[in-house]
Write a protein of this length. Structure first.
Ligand code: FE2
Length: 246
């Protein structure tokens, strides 16, 4: 993904680590990661076509298309080792009981994607890295609602990387104490309603915030479309050490 830095010249990510430590989130442009507009646009074309994305019956929002990968990473003295994880099955997530299979796209064979994954895992503050873990990679194309409701993804870190947007709205927010079921409006947002532009990354610690986004607002011709990659730095329980069924 990078074209003006190399593995021997990694970008300085200390401002991201500081933001995560002091606020729990960071908002950065991808050029901080050494990604150019051309490079991102190539990446977007490769992964957001109908040959990759698929709508799955029962998914929410009901017009969403998606594809998914899961990468197994291991930090060692010699660096970061990456391989495709054996499964991408999602279990009991987003209020949907049971196991779900989405379309898989294996991205590690693509050097541009592999380099992006390496850079994103570097965004996890060094003191917070697990010796090994999984990274969920979710390609989402939405046309109306972006998410169903404010929520947690129940993973350690979430990276939202916006690739493309036609239309308005789709404002992302983070609340520290969002308790809509206890009556009254939620507290002031920690990240106020913010429309992400292509190339922006919103990175946050999932347990600290309830997150969500407002619906897309159509263009004068009535259309709207938003392409987002959601990366999750997973807890070990998600894939590597699944909890025993009770
Ligand atoms: Fe989410």
């Amino acid at each position: 993904m990078s074209d003006d830095s190399s593995p021997s010249d990694p970008p300085d990510l200390s401002h991201v680590w500081k933001g995560l430590a002091s606020n729990g989130y960071a908002l950065i442009p991808d050029w901080d990661l050494g990604v150019s507009d051309d490079s991102r646009e190539q990446f977007h074309k490769r992964y957001f076509g109908d040959d990759v994305l698929r709508h799955d019956e029962g998914d929410f929002p009901p017009d969403r298309k998606r594809a998914r990968d899961v990468i197994h990473y291991i930090w060692s003295d010699s660096g970061l080792e990456l391989r495709e994880y054996e499964t991408i099955t999602i279990t009991d997530r987003a209020d949907i009981k049971g196991k779900r299979e989405h379309k898989r796209v294996e991205i590690l064979e693509d050097p541009q994607a592999k380099h992006l994954v390496e850079t994103l895992l570097d965004l996890v503050p060094p003191g917070r890295r697990q010796p090994e873990g999984t990274l969920g990679v979710n390609f989402f194309r939405t046309y109306t609602d972006v998410v169903t409701k404010p929520h947690h993804d129940h993973e350690e870190y979430i990276f939202l990387y916006l690739m493309h947007r036609d239309g308005g709205g789709a404002e992302s927010y983070l609340y520290r104490d969002y308790e809509p079921f206890k009556g009254g409006p939620p507290d002031e947002p920690a990240l106020d309603y913010r429309q992400l532009s292509p190339g922006e990354l919103l990175i946050f610690e999932d347990s600290l915030f309830t997150h969500g986004a407002t619906p897309l607002e159509p263009l004068p011709d009535g259309t709207a479309m938003r392409d987002m990659i959601v990366f999750t730095v997973d807890y070990p329980e998600t894939y590597l050490k699944p909890k025993q069924a009770r």
